[in-house]
Design a protein around this ligand. Structure first.
Ligand SMILES: [Zn+2]
Length: 427
């Protein structure tokens, strides 16, 4: 049996199991629709709409010697969540591969190492699209995703997660733009020179976005790079809304009213995001999707593991695989309740209620910790569409969630950059 058929059967079984557990809530003409027909209808919608995932840390895998994006990997064996065959299986049309550099020392040496690593990851994405030009293409503009989809190819966009590789040099922003970078997440899990993180142990340092960070936002507006506030603390969000001349994005963040986590966005932030015209991209990280009951034994085991951990980007293959095994063992010993596609849809329902259908999208964070029951890797993303169809979302709404909204913001960001540049050249 072909892999895609067996996947489809597993998926069908999964959705039938879930479907039998809950009341049908959709009020469409589904009175006579069987579960199998609903799944079929959802899969057709999934095929027709542009499906765009705004966040994957796959470049971390792409710089591993011997890692081949054209090969199918087993996520349970290798930990890998994205490759081109699985994007095709999941009917994932487009993706932003984020060059992620973990926060390290903020001095000239640290900044220069960060830049070297960032460029290495960007170059590996470009090289991979060139090597596999029969199945994927490098995408630079909003329209490219649709053009490549028509050719039957996956669209590969590039982002940067963590502004650390900009260092203190504003001209780096343009260098990254010229390489193809179309969004930058200002900060990651610790503060940097641009902005405060939502999760820095030492708390805020700049009170949001720093003076240098403000200049970076201005430069991103001028060039047409989307400003990404995921990982920033709440002040970073409010500062970005004020500073940015273009709508902003959260490339992988969820709703705090549904799951209390400082990385998630409050209702007030969601409403402001709507006024701003921006978009919040839902992410598949279990801790941001559901609240796990307190588990002190697990917490101290995780802390002990983390205490001896060096940055993933600096690990050898053996060290990475040992770390994976340790985490697998830890999860078996101290299991947390799984996050499911229903949690994802709960967050989408909430954001739609608070911010409206035009301000929500999907950014799975595969290869960066993302992956839940039912949406474990890129081959399973259609399960999100099935759950949305089950809840009564129309094709038009699903099209917005799966890419339409993000593309709208992307176009606006470019239009504003054109205006800024036209104004500058006329004066
Ligand atoms: Zn992240």
């Amino acid at each position: 049996m072909r892999k895609s058929n067996s996947n489809y059967l597993i998926l069908l079984l999964f959705t039938i199991l879930i479907g039998s557990c809950k009341e049908k809530s959709n009020s469409t003409d589904s009175k006579t629709e069987t579960e199998e027909e609903l799944v079929q209808r959802a899969l057709e919608i999934h095929k027709r709409v542009l499906t765009l995932d705004t966040h994957a840390d796959t470049p971390l895998r792409m710089i591993e010697p011997g890692f081949d994006m054209a090969e199918r990997h087993d996520p349970n064996e290798t930990g890998s969540k994205v490759d081109y065959p699985r994007m095709k299986e999941g009917d994932l049309d487009a993706i932003f591969f984020a060059a992620f550099v973990a926060q390290d020392i903020r001095d000239d040496d640290g900044n220069s190492r960060a830049k070297t690593l960032c460029l290495q990851m960007i170059d590996s994405v470009i090289a991979s699209t060139e090597r596999n030009s029969n199945i994927v293409g490098l995408a630079l503009n909003p329209g490219d995703a649709y053009a490549l989809e028509k050719e039957g190819k996956r669209a590969i966009y590039i982002g940067i997660e963590n502004g650390y590789p900009i260092g203190n040099d504003l001209s780096n922003v343009e260098e990254y733009f010229n390489k193809g970078v179309r969004y930058i997440t200002l900060v990651h899990s610790s503060n940097n020179d641009l902005a405060d993180s939502a999760t820095d142990e030492n708390g805020a340092e700049h009170g949001g976005i720093s003076e240098f960070g403000s200049k970076v936002v201005g430069e991103m507006n001028r060039l047409g790079i989307m400003v990404d506030v995921s990982h920033g603390n709440d002040s970073v969000f409010y500062d970005a809304i004020k500073l940015s001349k273009a709508p902003i994005i959260a490339s992988h963040s969820n709703a705090r009213a549904v799951t209390k986590h400082q990385r998630n966005m409050t209702d007030e932030m969601l409403q402001l995001m709507a006024e701003n015209g921006g978009v919040v991209q839902l992410t598949m990280l279990a801790d941001y999707l559901r609240e796990a009951p307190p588990n002190a034994a697990r917490d101290s085991a995780v802390a002990a593991l983390r205490a001896n951990m060096k940055p993933i980007s600096e690990m050898t293959d053996e060290e990475r695989s040992a770390l994976r095994t340790s985490f697998q063992e830890l999860n078996q010993k101290f299991p947390n309740p799984p996050a499911t596609v229903e949690h994802v849809a709960d967050h989408i329902d909430h954001i739609v209620k608070v911010a409206g259908i035009d301000h929500v999208g999907i950014g799975c964070d595969f290869d960066g910790g993302g992956g839940i029951e039912g949406v474990f890797d890129a081959s399973e993303v259609m399960n999100i569409t099935i759950e949305l169809v089950r809840r009564g979302y129309t094709e038009e709404q699903i099209e917005k969630i799966w890419g339409g909204n993000l593309i709208r913001v992307f176009k606006e960001v470019q239009a504003i950059a054109d205006e800024i540049q036209a104004k500058a050249s006329s004066t």
